[in-house]
Design a protein around this ligand. Structure first.
Ligand SMILES: Cc1cc2nc3c(=O)[nH]c(=O)nc-3n(C[C@H](O)[C@H](O)[C@H](O)COP(=O)(O)O)c2cc1C
Ligand SMILES: [Fe+2]
Ligand SMILES: [Fe+2]
Length: 396
């Protein structure tokens, strides 16, 4: 059990989930996930920050009771209404009927809409403060679209702890320790990129806005709703989120994503990968889009500056798994990737045309020399793909 004191007035009361196969029914969780929640104890009042997923509510209540000797918390602050955090609300209110829900107007509406709960609630405005007694007070900072419109962050100035909701979160259950200073947190960083690119990736400009807004706070601990509490590596985590939300790649590697039913498109992709390697590109990730999970493909695309997408023409459009990848890039407003396109067909070429059209309004740089080839790759087609890969290597 991870109940632990993380600062003078704050205890961790969250839970691990190592059973769920897919977060949001979509994203695989090989390392599990944590739903983080915190108990803030002031001179007079006790506040719980965020709930957990519904199936874990009893564990959270047990954690609270253990720390408060049965005294009911006075407040439940809801930073984010997505049910992975709000699912426990009804059970928490059953356990503590007088506990006041604290949120903004949108939160309070969502609490009513999701759970039919009207009262008791306290509606806060951006910048409001809630005193808990002594020098302990919470202040509320609205950070819309990180990751829903009602999202806010809560700051405990006396301990320098920012309860940041999904912001600065990552996949991965907590394996004993809670704070990064007490663990080797290396394993969480790839899961941070995968979490961000899958969950928050569409909202880069809102993350940027939040990062600017948070500069005025003296933060020494980042306590998000998923993954470790960040203290020692807090600046590194902030830099990761800054970089990802600016769509800036981490390195000059290349992601190659392809679909291939009978191996012809794959031959083109092998040629491209070998050319890139011969040109000195060391970090090349090749994904068969029908096999690799989308979250790993997106994480690699967020990581690498180069990208090649290759698809057969399929029913006059893209091969379905490639269509999903391209749609995901458009949805996320992906930009600044040096991108090459390859498309195969048997009687009517469509793949390159469709990818070109879909990606036109993103800020991705489509390298000229897209390769469209017919049936099995000819020597000319292989030469064209070598030229395309070489042009990408030039731009890295
Ligand atoms: C279900 C299906 C639909 C296809 N639709 C088209 C099409 O609309 N136009 C076309 O030129 N080729 C079409 N093809 C042919 C494929 O484009 C061709 O098999 C593919 O490019 C070969 O590449 P691969 O070996 O990498 O799968 C279709 C193939 C299949 C199996
Ligand atoms: Fe969320
Ligand atoms: Fe979440």
């Amino acid at each position: 059990m991870n109940v632990a004191q993380i600062s003078r007035h704050v205890h961790y009361i969250g839970v691990n989930d190592r059973t769920l196969h897919r977060f949001e029914s979509l994203w695989p969780l090989p390392l599990g996930v944590s739903y983080n929640s915190y108990l803030v104890t002031g001179g007079d009042k006790i506040a719980v920050i965020d709930g957990v997923e519904a199936g874990h509510a009893l564990k959270q209540i047990e954690h609270i009771n253990r720390l408060t000797d049965g005294r009911a918390p006075d407040y439940l602050v809801i930073n984010h209404m997505e049910p992975d955090h709000s699912g426990a609300i009804s059970l928490l209110l059953n356990a503590y009927p007088d506990m006041v829900i604290v949120g903004n107007t949108q939160t309070v509406n969502m609490v009513a809409g999701y759970y039919g709960i009207e009262a008791p609630t306290m509606t806060v405005k951006d910048g409001d403060t809630l005193p808990l007694g002594g020098d302990v007070a919470l202040s509320f900072h609205f950070t819309p679209m990180v990751h829903w419109p009602e999202t806010m962050m809560t700051f405990l100035a006396c301990d320098g702890v920012l309860f940041s909701g999904d912001g600065f979160g990552c996949f991965g259950a907590l394996n004993g320790a809670v704070v990064d200073t007490d663990m080797d947190a290396t394993r969480y960083f790839p899961e941070m990129i995968r979490y961000y690119s899958a969950i928050v990736g569409k909202y880069g400009r809102f993350v940027q806005r939040a990062l600017t807004k948070l500069k005025s706070l003296e933060i020494s601990t980042l306590a998000s709703t998923h993954g470790p509490v960040w203290r020692e590596r807090m600046r590194e985590v902030g830099a990761y989120y800054d970089r990802m939300s600016r769509y800036e790649p981490f390195d000059n590697g290349v992601t190659i994503v392809y679909g291939s039913m009978y191996g012809n498109t794959e031959l083109m992709v092998e040629e491209a990968a070998a050319t890139l390697a011969a040109r000195g590109v060391k970090d090349i990730a090749v994904h068969n889009a029908a096999i690799s999970d989308l979250s790993y493909i997106l994480a690699d695309i967020f990581t690498h500056k180069g990208l090649i997408i290759a698809s057969p023409t399929y029913s006059e459009t893209l091969f379905p798994p490639i269509k999903s990848v391209v749609d995901a890039l458009v949805t996320r407003g992906m930009k600044d990737r040096v991108t090459g396109l390859i498309g195969g067909h048997t009687w009517a070429p469509q793949a390159v045309k469709v990818m070109d059209a879909l990606l036109q309004d993103t800020g991705m740089e489509i390298v000229s020399g897209s390769v469209s080839f017919k049936q099995a790759p000819s020597q000319d087609a292989l030469a064209a793909v070598r030229e395309l890969a070489s042009a990408i290597a030039d731009r890295l």
